[in-house]
Design a protein around this ligand. Structure first.
Ligand code: SAH
Ligand code: MG
Length: 218
C-alpha cells in the first residue's frame, strides 16, 4: 500500500474499483452495451478493450480533434464505436477486419449506433487494406489492435501515413504477459515494435492491464 508498490507494478484496480470508474466515466448507452456484449453472444472471441480503455481512446481522439482515423482489428466494433463518437459529422473511421463474420456483426452494430455514415468496416487482410487506404491519408490517428506479430508492419504504415502531430495507439503492448518471452517470435516482434515506436515517435507505454503504447508522429 505505498507509491513504491504501484511504481513496481502493483495495481489497485480491484473489480469493485474498475466497476465504479467505468460507471462514472464510461457509462454505456444501448448501442455501446449491445456491442460490448456482441462477441459473447455471437460466438466470437471476447477480446475487445475494456470500458475504460475504450473511453480513453475516445478522449484521446477528442483531445487531438481527430477527423480521419484508421483502426486495425474491428471484432464487433466496440472500440470502433468509441473512436467514432469523437468524430465530427464530416469525420471518418476506417476499421479493418479480416473475418467476414466479425465484419458483419460490426457493420450491424455500427448501423444500430447510427454511425454508418462515418464508419467504414473494411473486410480483408489489414496489410492489403492499409496499402489501398493510403490515398485517403494522411490520417490523424491509427489504432492497432489486430494480429500481434504484425505490429511492426502496422507501425511502419502508421509512421508513413499519419500527419505530423498525429497519434499512434497500440493495444496489448504487454502481449498478454508474454512480452519478455525470449523464445516467442511474436514477443520478439512486439519488442521490436516498442523500439521502433520509441525511436520514431514521441511515445509512452501506458501501463493499462495489458499495456497501451501511444506515440505522436514528429
Ligand atoms: N479493437 C477491437 C478488438 C479487436 S480483436 C475492440 O477492442 O473492440 C482483433 C481483431 O483483429 C479480430 O476480430 C481479428 O479477426 C482481427 N484480425 C486479426 N488479424 C487480422 C488481419 N491480418 N487483418 C485484419 N484483421 C485481423
Ligand atoms: Mg486488444
Amino acid at each position: 500500500m505505498a507509491d513504491h508498490d504501484s511504481r513496481a507494478g502493483q495495481h489497485y484496480g480491484s473489480t469493485e474499483v474498475l466497476r465504479f470508474v467505468e460507471d462514472t466515466h464510461a457509462p454505456h448507452d444501448e448501442a455501446l452495451a449491445s456491442t460490448y456484449a456482441a462477441p459473447a453472444q455471437e460466438g466470437m472471441p471476447a477480446i475487445h478493450v475494456s470500458r475504460s480503455e475504450a473511453r480513453f481512446l475516445e478522449v484521446l481522439m477528442r483531445l487531438i480533434g481527430a477527423r480521419r482515423i484508421v483502426e486495425v482489428g474491428t471484432l464487433a466494433g466496440y472500440s470502433a464505436l468509441r473512436l467514432a463518437r469523437a468524430l465530427p459529422p464530416e469525420g471518418r473511421l476506417w476499421t479493418l477486419e479480416k473475418d467476414p463474420h466479425h465484419a458483419a456483426v460490426a457493420r450491424r452494430q455500427v448501423d444500430l449506433a447510427g454511425f454508418s455514415d462515418r464508419v467504414e468496416v473494411c473486410l480483408g487482410d489489414a496489410i492489403e487494406t492499409l496499402a489501398a487506404l493510403s490515398e485517403h491519408g494522411p490520417f490523424d490517428a491509427v489504432f492497432i489492435d489486430a494480429d500481434k506479430e504484425r505490429y511492426p508492419d502496422y507501425g511502419a504504415w502508421a509512421l508513413g501515413n499519419l500527419r505530423p502531430g498525429g497519434l499512434l495507439v497500440a493495444d496489448n503492448a504487454f502481449l498478454f504477459g508474454k512480452l519478455m518471452d525470449q523464445t516467442s517470435s511474436t514477443a520478439g516482434a512486439m519488442r521490436a515494435f516498442h523500439r521502433a515506436v520509441a525511436s520514431r515517435f514521441e511515445s509512452a507505454c501506458v501501463p493499462t492491464p495489458d499495456g497501451m503504447v501511444i506515440g505522436i508522429r514528429r
